[in-house]
Design a protein around this ligand. Structure first.
Ligand code: 13P
Ligand code: 13P
Ligand code: MG
Ligand code: MG
Ligand code: MG
Ligand code: MG
Length: 364
């Protein structure tokens, strides 16, 4: 029997502003999932990254399972109810529908799931981010699974020489495509280098074994208006034919810029932090990522290990702060502020509306 890892998340309210999840929501979610252990799910772990409530669940029901999605939806609606009682900020923010209808996809929450036959030992890493978008994983997934200067196993482990297959989603046109690496690396990069539109959904070994799964939901595209960023999650399997745990997390020592941060409208450095630092503060950020490591054992989650809670990541955090200074100095100017095209999905259309009658034509 196969094991499924489901990571489902939503921002259902936070304090103060968009900073962090209230402990009461974490307790409620953990209790509700615990009650479902032994019936709907096998095991669970609840945490938060910034204002996003993260449900990590294991079960045997496969991806897109109605019972699992309904359980997550029930947890989120109950937590949103408590958030409303406490007048937390953005209570119910990511819940775009009033009633559950079979699958949380398209209803606001972000979902990353993978089903696999457990190996003799199965290390799994769960990444959870706040104040950025699903395409933020593109750079790292390429480095992890396709860059031999990053993952030495691609060169020195013969079981990885065949390379990997990447499934890329076009979130604007709602279409998908497969690319094989190493032979199609340049074509893959041509798309995933534009992470606001092209998002890696899955990575497989060439023999079909699942290696990585991400959440690709784009809230603003679903809601048709700005409702906060779709802060993403990702699940990656490591070792024995996959990159090692250390190869998976090492690319996060490079401080790259991602879209999100304040009002979902700014570029900012993507800072790897321990769970104790997974609170968005400076200018509602900077964008953050946490990583919890588990061993999966007959569906049980052995762990977690807080992977970025480590002095080896101090330097990238310092460099992120330096980059934050450089970008913040731009104030409301691009490239700190997102490009006009991206701003269409934020609150800029509201500003434009205000001045639509003030603009005059310039004579030829
Ligand atoms: P150990 O010798 O500590 O088991 O490490 C093996 C390894 O491959 C590390 O990436
Ligand atoms: P969240 O998507 O994390 O709720 O952030 C929204 C925002 O406006 C932050 O400034
Ligand atoms: Mg929020
Ligand atoms: Mg447990
Ligand atoms: Mg958030
Ligand atoms: Mg959000």
């Amino acid at each position: 029997v196969k094991t499924t890892v489901s990571v489902i998340k939503a921002d259902v309210g936070s304090l103060p502003g968009h900073s962090r999840t209230h402990p009461k929501l974490l307790e409620t979610a953990a209790r509700m999932l615990k009650e479902a252990e032994g019936s709907i799910i096998i095991d669970s772990y609840v945490t938060h990254c910034g204002d996003d409530l993260e449900l990590i669940m294991t079960h045997t029901r496969g991806e897109d399972n109605e019972e699992i999605h309904k359980l997550a939806w029930n947890v989120f609606t109950e937590c949103a109810r408590i958030a409303k009682e406490m007048k937390l900020y953005g209570a119910g923010q990511d819940l775009l529908a009033d009633a559950f209808s079979g699958n949380v996809k398209g209803m606001g929450p972000g979902v990353a799931e993978m089903e696999f036959e457990e190996r003799g030992s199965d290390p799994v890493l769960v990444f959870m981010a706040d104040k950025t978008e699903p395409g933020a994983w593109n750079y790292f997934l390429y480095r992890i699974f396709a860059d031999p200067f990053s993952t030495s196993g691609l060169v020195i482990d013969p079981s990885m020489h065949d390379g990997f297959t990447f499934e890329v989603h076009d979130v604007i046109e709602k279409r998908k495509i497969l690319f094989n690496t190493p032979e199609e690396s340049y074509s893959l990069l041509a798309y995933i280098g534009a992470p606001s539109r092209y998002v890696i959904k899955y990575v497989w070994k060439r023999n079909g074994m699942i290696a990585a799964s991400t959440s690709t939901q784009r809230l603003n595209l679903m809601a048709g208006r700005y409702v906060g960023k779709d802060d993403p999650v990702m699940v990656i399997r490591a070792q024995s034919g996959f990159p090692s745990v250390g190869e998976v997390i090492d690319p996060f020592r490079t401080p790259i810029l991602v879209a999100g941060w304040m009002r979902g409208s700014h570029h900012g450095p993507f800072m790897p932090v321990g769970v104790c630092d997974a609170n968005c503060t400076a200018f509602d950020g900077p964008p953050r990522v946490i990583c919890l490591g588990f061993q999966i054992c007959n569906g049980k989650l052995i762990g977690p290990a807080d992977m970025f809670d480590d002095p080896a990541f101090n330097r990238v955090r310092d460099r992120c702060c330096e980059l934050a200074d450089v970008l913040r100095a731009h104030g409301p100017f691009e490239p700190h502020r997102l490009s006009l095209e991206e701003m269409e999905y934020t609150t800029l259309p509201g500003v434009e509306k205000q001045f639509k009658d003030r603009w005059e034509d310039i004579p030829e």
